[in-house]
Design a protein. Structure first.
Lengths: 59, 423
């Protein structure tokens, strides 16, 4: 889950960069930028969740 | 740059190191007394290592606008990814490049001090210095190149019509958001302090040992921030010297608004204002003021500060209670959250000429870069470092206190040193 979180972070950023390079129209560019940010948010959530201490390890 | 500008930048850079002194004192006050000497010692060594690494290769990777860089063509547009200047400050001989190099050394040290607050009380001195070396040699210069050195973020305006490209006068992004995000990566890697979380996952409050240190550190930091924001604006945003009073007014208003917002929110929520959260609010206001200090009106700076101060108590609570991120100095809430808010605030409040509607988009791309690229990079570098040297101190070191364990002497030898109350 940890690796998936960081991969999603990188993928979201790649989406943002690709939107700038590949999409000339302002509307679609904004949509893809927001999509990239959404993917990053998902990655951030996964990264935080993967660093929570599992219940069985707490004792 | 005019002679007046150069003289003013020199004056500003003379007081800028006070920002680092303030952060060091705040971090020390927020920790327990048995780690105080270690915290100050770490701060001094961090500043030294950061200056050294920046001198060796950091400045070469940061580069400067119009200098050499590693450029690729994407979609017919040049993307400048990294500076390619000579190492060891070679060729840096005239006033303006020397001032930028001086600023860079201070900024790298400041960025390095931020994770020290988050990793306090369980981060080994050797590991702190190795991590700082990576930050000052790789992470900070890379983002500083994109933000200040003519890199792809500053090219967003020219290449894609996004306003004036990414704008950040004083370093909300390159210094604070980068430092704060690195602090998050370090905290994830070294884990929480011993006894911080119960077996049910409930956090234990571990109060700092000296609120006076924390609050006086805020005043020191303010003096340094005035210099840092003004010097950054003169050197990288190329504002006229006549704008420096506006920068000072904006910095003070943002810090004041942030401190009052934090005090008010903690008063409402906990019946009494919380000193450490108010201090963190003050610093978050300073952090958020940095990016837009030269581009926004005083009333807007006050709003930026109020929002930054309001964010801090909630961010601290979210990280501590829900996400199990043990950050004794509040570095992530103050510098990462405050820094990102400051970056976005330029897009919201920045006053530019007509046709700069894309500014908000440029600022958002920079935030996406911090979260999507800098966080994995900082995590990867620090994870690799952890594999090689082990970043966390041994259990007996944590119980005994870092002062005695790593330095052999405490900060307050006249007083009784408490053993671990949080076992």
């Amino acid at each position: 889950m940890k690796a998936a979180g960081f991969l999603l972070l990188l993928s979201g950023w790649a989406l943002v960069v690709a939107a700038l390079t590949l999409l000339p129209a302002a509307g679609t560019r904004v949509i893809f930028l927001l999509a990239g940010l959404g993917v990053e948010l998902l990655g951030l959530v996964l990264a935080f969740r993967s660093h929570l201490t599992p219940k069985e390890d707490r004792a | 740059m005019t002679e007046t500008g150069i003289a003013l930048a020199i004056a500003c850079l003379l007081i800028a190191p006070l920002a680092g002194a303030g952060l060091a004192v705040i971090n020390t006050g927020l920790g327990r007394g048995r780690n105080a000497a270690h915290s100050m010692m770490a701060a001094l060594c961090v500043v030294s290592v950061a200056a050294g690494m920046y001198f060796i290769c950091g400045r070469a990777f940061q580069g400067f606008s119009g200098g050499h860089g590693f450029v690729i063509l994407a979609g017919g547009k040049p993307w400048d990814w990294m500076g390619a200047e000579p190492w060891f400050f070679r060729g840096v001989t005239t006033a303006e490049p020397l001032l930028a190099a001086w600023f860079g050394m201070i900024a790298a040290g400041l960025a390095g001090l931020i994770p020290v607050g988050a990793g306090a009380e369980r981060w080994r001195l050797g590991a702190i210095l190795a991590s700082t070396a990576l930050l000052a040699a790789v992470t900070f210069p890379l983002f500083a190149h994109w933000a200040w050195g003519g890199g792809f973020l500053t090219q967003l305006g020219v290449n894609y019509g996004l306003g004036r490209g990414y704008l950040d006068a004083g370093g909300s992004g390159p210094i604070h958001a980068v430092g704060g995000i690195t602090a998050l990566a370090v905290t994830w890697i070294i884990g929480a302090r011993r006894g911080k979380y119960s077996s049910e996952g409930m956090p234990m409050a571990i109060p700092g040992h000296n609120a006076v240190l924390v609050l006086s550190g805020c005043m020191l930091a303010f003096a340094g921030w005035l210099g840092l924001n003004a010097a950054g604006a003169l050197l990288f945003a190329h504002v006229e010297p006549g704008r420096v009073p506006l920068i000072a007014v904006n910095t003070l208003l943002a810090a004041s608004g942030a401190a009052l917002a934090s005090a008010l929110i903690t008063k409402i929520r906990f019946t009494k204002p919380d000193a450490s959260l108010t201090a963190n609010g003050w610093v978050a206001g300073l952090v958020a003021s940095s990016a837009g200090c030269a581009f926004i009106a005083p009333a807007e700076a006050l709003i930026v500060g109020l929002v930054a101060g309001a964010l801090v108590p909630f961010a601290v609570e979210l990280l501590d209670l829900r996400l199990e991120v043990d950050d004794p100095g509040g570095a992530i809430s103050v510098h990462a959250v405050g820094g990102i808010w400051g970056m976005l605030a330029v897009g919201i409040f920045g006053r530019f000429e007509a046709g700069d509607a894309g500014q908000m988009l440029a600022q958002t791309v920079a935030v996406a870069t911090i979260v999507g690229f800098v966080l994995p990079l900082a995590y990867g570098l620090n994870r690799a470092l952890d594999r090689v040297i082990g970043q966390r101190v041994r259990v007996d070191g944590e119980v005994q206190g870092m002062d005695l364990y790593e330095l052999g002497a405490g900060a307050y030898p006249e007083f009784t040193t408490h053993t671990d109350d949080y076992r």
